[in-house]
Unconditional design. Structure first.
Length: 158
């Protein structure tokens, strides 16, 4: 009877670990400190959001800019891109999943400050990589007010 109780307790512990699998959420802005504009660049350029406010589950890497799915599930991502108006350069970024462009946020105005935003819910497998790329020939602004941000969280596992 004692051996059977130990087996059941081990099974319950394993189920608890599976049930608590991951609580995953992150939010970061582009610049760790100061103020600045990135770009324009003549190619798509990966963005690294360095000022991390939240990184529950440590699935977002502020050194690479990559979010790597720790569990299979539905995840929601949002991104906000800010820039000062410019005659020749808009502001924009693309949400990328495993190298595939998913959605873009883009705006272009000749003067003043503008921003664009987008979001998506994605089914991710363990190890899938999600990140942002700066759009070709665009500019992105950020400062201590954190205008340009990237966030995501696990909605539910599957």
């Amino acid at each position: 009877m004692k051996a059977r109780t130990n087996v059941i307790e081990n099974q319950v512990e394993a189920l608890k670990r599976d049930g608590e699998v991951k609580q995953v959420a992150f939010s970061a802005s582009l610049l760790a400190s100061g103020s600045g504009t990135l770009g324009p660049f003549n190619t798509l350029t990966p963005l690294t959001f360095r000022y991390v406010v939240t990184n529950i589950g440590n699935a977002y890497n502020p050194h690479t800019g990559f979010f790597i799915a720790p569990v299979r599930g539905a995840y929601h991502f949002e991104f906000y891109i800010g820039a000062h108006g410019h005659n020749s350069h808009g502001s924009g970024a693309v949400l990328v999943k495993n190298g595939e462009h998913i959605f873009i946020a883009y705006e272009h105005q000749p003067s003043g400050y503008g921003s664009s935003a987008n979001g998506a819910t994605l089914l991710l497998e363990v190890g899938d990589v999600v990140f942002l790329r700066q759009w070709v020939n665009s500019r992105i602004f950020d400062n201590e007010n954190h205008h340009s941000t990237f966030s995501g969280h696990l909605l539910f596992t599957m």
